[in-house]
Design a protein around this ligand. Structure first.
Ligand code: F6P
Length: 344
């Protein structure tokens, strides 16, 4: 059996662990493995495939990024491109493709599977907002980065009696902000699911001051809405092939920081964690679960269960329909948000 592996969308720590797991499972039964270069970009034109041999996946478990490269190329934008992908899979002699990605990549995988192509998914997104699965590759490592940053910012905030605004990734959902903020003991967390007013942020910081707390850490997701800020004009901002604007261009962290300083008099600084949340070596949790879902993805291929994806449920990895996993973002529930507020 000849199996292709592709990584699409934003990279995330743990991708290489998943690639290695799929490949090792294949090698164990004499299978052949082919890497698709740079996500769907490697299949929309002249196919960019390269054989993967055992040596290629040696020593990559702890390595960040993806040895295959990634991109945000979107074959769904053009029916001819989707057809080209199908043709490339057939011409490349691939019996199956394992597509490792988040919402965007998996929507393409789902469309291909619906059209009869032999595609299996693997859940990856540091945003952790896919439906059905309790685990997405890269989330734990991203939370670890945020937690360490919040820990470090605590000591400097306390020394200077400042407010530190920490902007983290999170387009539609606030999982990284919420979990990183919880783990780091943030004094306020602002996420897309629960918009807040600027006045409420300033009021909270004033309350803390009245309690003798002369420094604070505020974690904010890049896609959060803050009432009272002048509207963002993103009309000219670059968009990727899936239509997403680069949210870091909003600069919401710095804009909130300036308002905090103006409204409360607290000296305020902003740290934008950006792509540090996606880079670097995966945590043990990401290595283990990426390995587990990657291994089951190969089993699904062997069983011919195309259009399916291995997901974490409790301590098990179980198959689910890709269509269900990409059915809208999974949002932070109110109970978790309320839990974080207890510690403000
Ligand atoms: O899709 C995951 C994500 O990490 C989002 O949270 C973020 O908005 C986006 O990627 C940024 O991606 P890039 O800078 O690679 O386009």
């Amino acid at each position: 059996m000849r199996v292709g592996i592709l990584t699409g969308g934003g990279d995330a720590a743990g991708l290489n662990a998943a690639i290695r797991a799929v490949a090792r499972k294949a090698f164990a039964v004499g299978g052949e493995v082919v890497g698709v270069r740079n996500g769907w970009a490697g299949l929309v034109g002249t196919a960019d495939l390269r054989p993967i041999i055992p040596r290629d996946v040696s020593g990559i478990l702890a390595q960040g990024g993806t040895i295959l490269g990634s991109s945000r190329v979107n074959p769904l934008a053009d029916p001819a491109a989707l057809e080209r992908v199908r043709a490339n899979l057939a011409e490349g002699g691939l019996d199956a493709l394992v597509a490792i990605g988040g919402d965007d990549t998996l929507k393409v995988a789902n469309a291909l599977a619906a059209a009869g192509a032999p595609v299996v998914g693997v859940p990856k997104t540091m945003d952790n907002d896919l439906q059905v699965t309790e685990y997405c590759i890269g989330f734990d490592s991203a939370v670890a980065v945020v937690t360490e940053a919040v820990d470090r910012l605590h000591t400097t905030a306390a020394s200077h009696h400042r407010v530190m605004v920490v902007e983290v990734m999170g387009r539609d959902t606030g999982w990284v902000a919420l979990m990183g903020g919880l783990a780091g003991g943030a004094d306020m967390i602002v996420i897309p699911e629960f918009p807040v007013e600027l006045a409420a942020i300033a009021g909270h910081l004033e309350e803390r001051r009245a309690q003798g707390k002369d420094f604070s850490i505020l974690v904010i997701a890049e896609g959060a809405e803050v009432g009272g800020l002048a509207a963002f004009d993103l009309s000219g901002a670059p968009r990727d092939a899936f239509g997403h604007v680069q949210l870091s261009r909003r600069g919401i962290g710095e804009r909130v920081a300036q308002e905090i300083e103006a409204q409360t008099g607290f000296e305020t600084r902003t740290t934008v964690l950006g792509h540090t949340q996606r880079g670097g070596s995966p945590t043990p949790y990401d290595r283990i679960w990426a390995t587990r879902v990657g291994a089951v993805a190969y089993d699904l291929v062997v069983q011919g269960r195309f259009g399916e994806i291995p997901v974490k449920r409790g301590d098990d990895v179980v198959p689910a329909a890709i269509a269900d996993v990409v059915a809208g973002p999974r949002r932070v529930p109110a109970a978790l948000y309320e839990l974080a507020r207890i510690f403000y």
